[in-house]
Design a protein around this ligand. Structure first.
Ligand SMILES: [Zn+2]
Length: 240
């Protein structure tokens, strides 16, 4: 507690959605927080802008997409998430703009969450670590779509009625967090969740998939300065 205080992410909510670009984006740390929330009885759902079909070298998109969707369903189930929606945008070619905002606003209206979780939309993860174009686009569009979903005049062509019930958005970040989730009890489920991306991880490295997953989750869930938990995941929190 010696540093600037890092507050806990609020937990007085019942339904949340996690909006990301690709299968596996949630599983590099954020899923540990999801495991905690579903263990509390919360309804958490995933919305993925793409099916990650451009994500595996040597595997054509038409074959890759279904494999990665199946992996994501298993990853979700490992942390208590049973509703996963794929929006079908093109992997690797997401563009920030009205089309993506409309699509994500529609998803927010369908799922009617109180908390929207999304991913880092900045240029970098950490100094020298470039963030991808898809991640930047989807993170920014998800934050904007919270307001779009609540306004009946911005996308009047959407069939779903507006949803004004989002109370917070939380952006999963490695640095610059002002809030955190104690994931000490969610780490094992998070490793199991990432391990389900077996084909994807096997294409990245010869290290056994379970070892890759354990190492990645250990890195993503370290203790956070100013937050009293053995293992934690950091977020920037926005209130609406
Ligand atoms: Zn990604």
């Amino acid at each position: 507690m010696a540093h600037a205080s890092v507050e806990p992410v609020p937990e007085d909510w019942n339904r949340g959605i996690v909006i990301v670009a690709h299968p596996d984006d949630i599983e590099y740390g954020c899923a540990a927080a999801v495991a905690r929330w579903t263990a509390q009885g919360k309804d958490v759902r995933y919305v993925l802008a793409t099916s990650g079909e451009a994500g595996i070298d040597g595997l054509p998109p038409a074959e890759c997409g279904p494999i990665r969707e199946a992996e994501e369903h298993r990853s979700a189930a490992a942390v208590g998430v049973h509703e996963v929606e794929f929006l079908g945008h093109p992997d690797g070619r997401l563009e920030y703009g009205l089309d993506l905002r409309r699509s994500l606003a529609g998803a927010i209206r369908r799922h009617r969450p109180e908390l929207v979780v999304t991913m880092n939309h900045r240029e970098t993860w950490a100094p020298g670590m470039r963030n991808s174009a898809d991640h930047r686009a989807v993170g920014q569009a998800a934050l904007d779509a919270v307001s779009d979903a609540a306004n009946e005049w911005i996308f009047p062509d959407l069939p779903e009625p507006r949803w004004t019930g989002v109370r917070w958005a939380a952006v999963n970040v490695m640095i610059g967090y002002d809030h955190a989730v104690d994931v000490t009890d969610g780490v094992d489920a998070a490793v199991a969740s990432l391990t389900e991306h077996a084909r994807y991880l096997a294409a990245l490295s010869d290290t056994p998939v379970s070892e890759q997953a354990a190492a990645q989750i250990a890195m993503a869930t370290g203790p956070k300065d100013g937050f009293p938990a053995t293992r934690a995941v950091g977020f920037e929190l926005y209130a609406f």
